[in-house]
Design a protein around this ligand. Structure first.
Ligand code: HXC
Length: 517
């Protein structure tokens, strides 16, 4: 007995109507601007044919403002599960062509349902934001609906990776859902993200500003640090999501997608020996070191545009997915300032939550000196790094390339902060402070009386470097496990990572620590 034609036709008709979204004309206008539709975005993210939609037939229940007559296909959000690299991933994508992608009760229930699925099934969540925000016709109900989403963002945090794409407007409180997620990718041409727009700012403060100044992808990525990646368009944004997922486990109970089958390359890499300048003050690009350490030079740098004095990102070393944190001597001489500390600390916590081992590359002359740094709370922010590293129980390997001075030495995961292995290059200088500063304090009187103070200072600094800052002093005191040639680093780190994969470290039970915020 076959299903009646009437039933089949009705299903077809309903599906077709719902799949129309806001209509062909609105979709064409988007395509003309090079922008994908909500469903197309998810279909682009997932492997062909794997997207299973849920809630296509959703209906809102609003009766005010003539809404009872309005049909909003799928209630302006497309939800479901698809596959990325053979692993299931949950996703939602707001449909701006329907009521401006605005969020009301039904819309939020759909998002919450897919979030609940993500946490139950232990799969990552990708949320694509393109919305005018709270649905005005639903009043306070739509605020409550946002609250339901935020609440789940927090429940999911640390359980499954959450990735937000900002692909259109993301205004007001709506920006807090992406902000509660782990990574934000923003498109350059179409997207904006802000709490108070230019008009509100002008009305309240009299300040004239533009969207480019407060809500653009560039500003969010480089100035406020809200955004982790900037993409030119939808397709590039979704490619970044896939690449990011390729380094992440599906949930906090799983290992990241290591490739342990890869043959270990234990050969020396002489190119690394050549990378370090002879002059300890000469800058070099730490990204060149990272590129030589990670497999196939494949490094996904995170927040590249923000606090560039700290480099963070994902790579595989000998097949093992690793989170890399490195001082960048090219920018602010590699000092740690407030933004760099925040950037590193949050990344360390993400990696720890998702079982990703940490490699810390140290070349740090100290925390950035400055009145504003002190007044804005470098103590509080620098403490985040200490807190994050000391709380992290994943394998932690530290390589001291050159300078490792003072509190910054500890903030970059010294042995005392729980590093499982600390290696140093022969060029390492590990001390309370740099040679020049130390000599000026220790020998102030002698230097003022010396016939040639500069020459004497240089002599004393050399002696200080050799005697107090030498890596062999630290190795002799067992703060450093070994001193190795730069060219031996790749093999040493790869072997150490493999050896530490079975690491288990338990701490006294507690609700949570009180990280300085
Ligand atoms: C209901 C909305 C809407 C909203 C847009 N629309 N935003 N409907 N609630 N919040 C509808 C419009 O009425 C229009 O419907 C369609 O979506 C497209 O909107 P346009 O204005 O024509 O589009 P565009 O010119 O591209 O401008 C986009 C926009 C603008 C910049 C996003 O629509 C806008 O400013 N919207 C309001 C944004 C806002 O203030 N939202 C509240 C933020 S506060 P038709 O039927 O004509 O196609 C917030 C609080 C969250 O969200 C709190 C969480 C705690």
């Amino acid at each position: 007995m076959a299903l009646s034609k009437t039933l089949v036709d009705e299903l077809t008709k309903r599906r077709e109507a719902a799949l129309q979204g806001g209509g062909a004309d609105k979709m064409e206008a988007r395509h003309a601007r090079g922008v994908l539709g909500a469903r197309e975005r998810l279909e682009t993210l997932f492997a062909p044919g794997t997207f299973q939609e849920t809630g296509l037939h959703a209906r809102h229940a609003t009766r005010a403002f003539g809404m009872e007559k309005k049909i909003l296909p799928a209630d302006a959000v497309v939800c479901g599960v698809g596959y990325v690299d053979d692993r299931p991933v949950a996703g939602f994508s707001q449909d701006f062509t329907v009521a401006g992608g605005s969020l009301g009760d039904t819309h939020a229930r759909k998002i919450c349902h897919i979030m609940d699925h993500a946490v139950k099934a232990g799969v990552p969540l990708v949320g694509i934001n393109d919305s005018g925000g709270a649905r005005i016709q639903e009043g306070v109900g739509s605020l409550s609906a946002y609250g339901q989403v935020f609440y789940r963002n927090v429940l999911l945090s640390g359980v499954v990776p959450q990735i937000a794409v900002i692909a259109g407007p993301c205004a007001g409180g709506a920006a807090y859902s992406p902000a509660l997620m782990d990574f934000i990718i923003m498109t350059r041409r179409e997207a904006s993200m802000f709490i108070c727009g230019p008009e509100v700012i002008r009305a309240v403060t009299g300040q004239a500003t533009t969207m480019a100044d407060i809500g653009s992808a560039e500003v969010n990525a480089a100035v406020s640090g809200n955004v982790h990646f900037v993409a030119e368009d939808d397709k590039e944004a979704l490619a970044i999501v896939r690449r990011l997922l390729s380094f992440l486990p599906s949930n906090n109970m799983s290992d990241p997608p290591h490739a342990p089958g890869a043959a270990l390359n234990l050969a020396d890499d002489p190119a690394l020996d050549a990378l370090v300048p002879e002059d300890p003050k000469a800058p070099f690009d730490v990204r060149a070191v990272i590129a030589r350490l990670v497999d196939n030079a494949d490094f996904l740098e995170v927040m590249a545009a923000f606090a560039a004095n700290m480099v963070i990102g994902f790579g595989r070393i000998g097949g093992i997915v690793t989170g890399v944190i490195a001082n960048q001597p090219l920018v602010k001489a590699g000092t740690i300032d407030i933004d760099a500390a925040d950037k590193a600390a949050r990344f360390v916590r993400f990696c720890n939550a998702f079982n990703i081992p940490l490699l810390t590359l140290v070349d740090v002359p100290g925390f950035l000196p400055g009145v504003m740094e002190e007044r804005r709370g470098i103590i509080r922010h620098g403490a985040k790094m200490l807190f994050a590293y000391a709380s992290a129980t994943v394998p932690k390997i530290t390589v001291i390339l050159r300078k490792a001075y003072g509190g910054a030495y500890l903030a970059m995961c010294s042995q005392d902060m729980g590093a499982d292995k600390v290696l140093a290059w022969p060029s390492a200088e590990i001390a309370v402070m740099g040679a020049d500063g130390a000599v000026n304090i220790l020998y102030r009187k002698e230097l003022t009386e010396a016939p040639d103070p500069r020459a004497r200072a240089h002599e004393l600094a050399e002696a200080y470097r050799a005697e107090f800052a030498s890596p062999y002093l630290s190795a002799g005191m067992l703060f450093v496990d070994d001193v190795i040639l730069p060219g031996q680093t790749r093999a040493a780190v790869a072997l150490a990572l493999r050896g530490l994969l079975s690491k288990r470290e338990t701490r006294p039970p507690k609700k949570h620590g009180n990280i300085p915020l």
